[in-house]
Ligand binder design. Structure first.
Ligand code: 5GP
Ligand code: ZN
Length: 113
């Protein structure tokens, strides 16, 4: 999608601080970190949100979770980490391109706000 900020980041048209990249997935540091470690993991292909995960694209989601485990290990999140995907307006999704927040380096409360 030509007007999607995360598609532009995936294409290298907007710079980002990368934590991991392969052919289909990019992990980069959030501009406004909510924890000492805050990385966003996205598919390079445009998928609007978790509500658009289907049989056709769910293998990519499995791959994203492999990447999350690898990045969390590389960044030393041994005490634990949280993975969040906000989906839709009520959940606070502000960028309509599927992304998983990988948060670590502090304790988290439950339930989330
Ligand atoms: P959401 O609110 O959709 O769950 O998460 C979107 C996230 O993207 C926010 O945490 C926000 O800080 C981050 N973000 C928005 N624009 C940019 C950007 O241009 N670069 C980076 N690195 N992060 C961004
Ligand atoms: Zn996009």
């Amino acid at each position: 999608m030509s007007d999607c900020i995360f598609c532009k980041i995936a294409a290298g048209e907007i710079p980002s601080r990368k934590a991991y990249e392969d052919e289909t997935v990019l992990a980069f540091y959030d501009l406004d970190p909510q924890a000492p470690t805050h990385v966003l993991v996205i598919p390079k292909a445009h998928i609007p949100s978790a509500a658009a995960i289907t049989t056709e694209n769910s293998a990519m989601v499995a791959h994203i979770f492999e990447v999350i485990a690898k990045v969390a290990d590389e960044l030393g999140l041994k005490e634990g980490f949280r993975v969040v995907s906000n989906c839709g307006v009520s959940a606070g999704q502000s960028v309509p391109h599927l992304h998983f927040h990988l948060l670590g380096g502090r304790d988290f409360t439950w339930p989330p706000g």
